[in-house]
Design a binder for this molecule. Structure first.
Ligand code: GDP
Length: 296
């Protein structure tokens, strides 16, 4: 229900317009095909993906005589496209399991770390958060509030401290205190792109030095409302760091929920979680079937 509510904007556009397409018509014609393609592109499914979907629909057009039949077919085709979008694995072998969280400022990185920590603590795991975005005092304050609320431990240094040193201390503390998971927050100021990537790589190297094999995950947080921009960010982070999984936030605030499909299609990176609100419970493991269901 929460997912359905979160995707209201995208669903309203898709379903109302599909219903309208059929008014007064009984069969899909060329004009309708074009309108459907436009509709998919408006929802930010991406031009290439929309074209691929349309091929399938055009081939089966004679069998599609109602809006419901069209929605059904779209659902099937979309689920196939989303097949590689894996939910997170539950079996976390390493102790602590170290997750570096990266992303551009404002995408919802702090909030996502808070939600992830709360989720794991709820499952009985011990979580530590390392506040390695030392550039933004406000981000550290926010993270402190989230950590307290969730019952996570927090390692922070003073403002402008070396981010790699915070990460190092975080891993050390987590090893000493028997933590199950460590989330390492990182900076996201984009105006110094090269410096940012270098800073994050240094954090990454420092973590590996303290704990060989770590970080086990590099989770990239993207804001769904930024549409195709999110895709560009993903390419940049992935090329520099080798992202292992994605979180897509603010799906509740956008009519462009189709960006999920674009991203899964073009990046071939697993989408682990989606954010559908600001509250602690508004983060869900991504499930392609449920997602597509909620879209129509
Ligand atoms: P950061 O700069 O990347 O750390 O971003 P924040 O975590 O501070 O989030 C920026 C804003 O986005 C805050 O107002 C959050 O409440 C909001 N936000 C984060 N995730 C979601 C989401 O899934 N849905 C909505 N509607 N808002 C979100």
């Amino acid at each position: 229900a929460r997912l359905k509510r979160g995707l209201t904007k995208t669903r309203t556009i898709l379903t109302t317009d599909i219903d309208q397409l059929f008014s007064g018509k009984r069969q899909i014609d060329d004009e309708m095909l074009e309108e459907i393609e436009e509709l998919l592109i408006t929802a930010d499914i991406g031009v290439q993906t929309a074209m691929d979907l349309m091929d399938g629909i055009a081939r089966k057009a004679s069998r599609i005589q109602t809006p419901d039949a069209l929605k059904q077919l779209l659902k099937q085709e979309l689920q196939t496209l989303l097949a590689n979008a894996a939910p997170p694995t539950d079996a976390l072998q390493e102790k602590p399991h170290v997750v570096m969280v990266v992303g551009v400022n404002g995408v919802g990185k702090t909030t996502t770390i808070g939600k992830l920590a709360a989720r794991e603590i709820h499952q009985g795991r011990k979580v530590l958060i390392a506040a390695a975005d030392t550039f933004r005092a406000a981000a550290v304050e926010q993270l402190t509030i989230w950590a307290e609320r969730a019952g996570a431990e927090l390692v922070r240094h003073k403002e402008q401290a070396d981010p790699a040193a915070v990460a190092y201390d975080g891993i050390e503390a987590a090893l000493a205190r028997g933590m199950d998971t460590v989330y390492v927050d990182t900076a996201g100021r984009l105006h110094t792109k090269v410096n940012l990537m270098e800073e994050i790589k240094k954090i990454q190297r420092t973590i590996t030095k303290k704990m060989p094999g770590a970080p086990h995950e590099i989770l990239l947080v993207l804001d769904a409302t930024t549409g195709q921009n999110a895709l560009a960010q993903a390419k940049m982070f992935n090329e520099s760091l080798g992202v292992t999984g994605l979180v897509l936030t603010k799906l509740d605030g956008t009519a462009k929920g189709g960006i999920v499909i674009s991203i899964c299609q073009q990046l071939q990176l697993p989408l682990h979680f989606i954010g559908v609100g600001e509250g602690v419970d508004d983060l869900q493991p991504f499930d392609a079937a449920r997602f597509v269901d909620a879209l129509f």
